[in-house]
Design a protein around this ligand. Structure first.
Ligand code: ITT
Length: 210
């Protein structure tokens, strides 16, 4: 049995592989499958989109475990946008840079305390067309006034996680930094994806350890 990650996003896959290392199950992604999937991410919720990505794969690769996730940035001042529209927020010819610039512009002149935002990751685990688990992961923070840092992907260069000491012993930096300014090992401990996939890791270890 394999664990198929229903994603085409290589940055996500890299993070997921890092977080799930040590589980002892072979992890592959959609890019390595013979069957190609044309997924329309047009759901109204992160959960609906996560199911849209995962269900068709689990109906064909019946023997395998399939995990898919939908994630995005939720900005309070923008009434929750970009939310499920995170990927193509700047339109048909979107790029990560254009998406980031659009948010910076929409929050121009907005005070620090009104710049709260969070990343959400909604993960679903399926087998043979059935939902086994749904897990949400979230990281709170705020939108920076400028783009900073080169690590990560997506909105990482404009998102500063709030400083707090985590149970894992990791402490976010004293001075505000965007996720893109943090080493990837730190992102993989504090991110929305880290929270969700660490819970999945525990589930997999309990279920498949002999
Ligand atoms: P798959 O659907 O193939 O998994 P995707 O890139 O389309 O890959 P999503 O729809 O889940 O992924 O993600 C929507 C967007 O949310 C993504 O394009 C990023 O802009 C943003 N995003 C998600 N996770 C992020 C993260 O960890 N850091 C920064 N931005 C993130």
């Amino acid at each position: 049995m394999k664990l198929i990650v229903a994603t085409q996003n290589k940055s996500k896959l890299k993070e997921i592989r890092h977080i799930l290392s040590g589980v002892g199950i072979k992890i592959i992604s959609l890019n390595e499958l013979e069957t190609k999937f044309n997924i329309q991410e047009n759901g109204k919720t992160f959960f609906a989109n996560a199911v849209k990505k995962t269900l068709p794969v689990s109906k064909i690769y019946k023997e395998d475990l399939i995990v898919g996730e939908d994630s995005g940035l939720v900005v309070k001042y923008l009434n929750g946008r970009p939310g499920v529209y995170s990927k193509r927020y700047s339109g048909k010819n979107w790029t990560y840079l254009k998406n980031n610039l659009k948010i910076i512009k929409q929050l121009e002149g907005v005070k620090q305390k009104e710049r709260q935002a969070y990343f959400l990751c909604c993960l679903v685990l399926m087998k043979n067309g059935k939902l086994i688990k749904k897990i949400d992961g979230r990281v709170n923070g705020f939108i920076n006034k400028e783009i900073k840092g080169k690590n990560g992907f997506g909105y990482d260069p404009i998102f500063c996680p709030v400083r707090k000491k985590l149970s894992s012993g990791v402490c976010l930096p004293k001075y505000k930094k965007t996720i893109a300014q943090l080493p990837s090992a730190v992102k993989n401990k504090i991110s929305h994806r880290a929270f969700a996939f660490n819970k999945l890791k525990t589930h997999l270890l309990v279920r498949f350890s002999d």
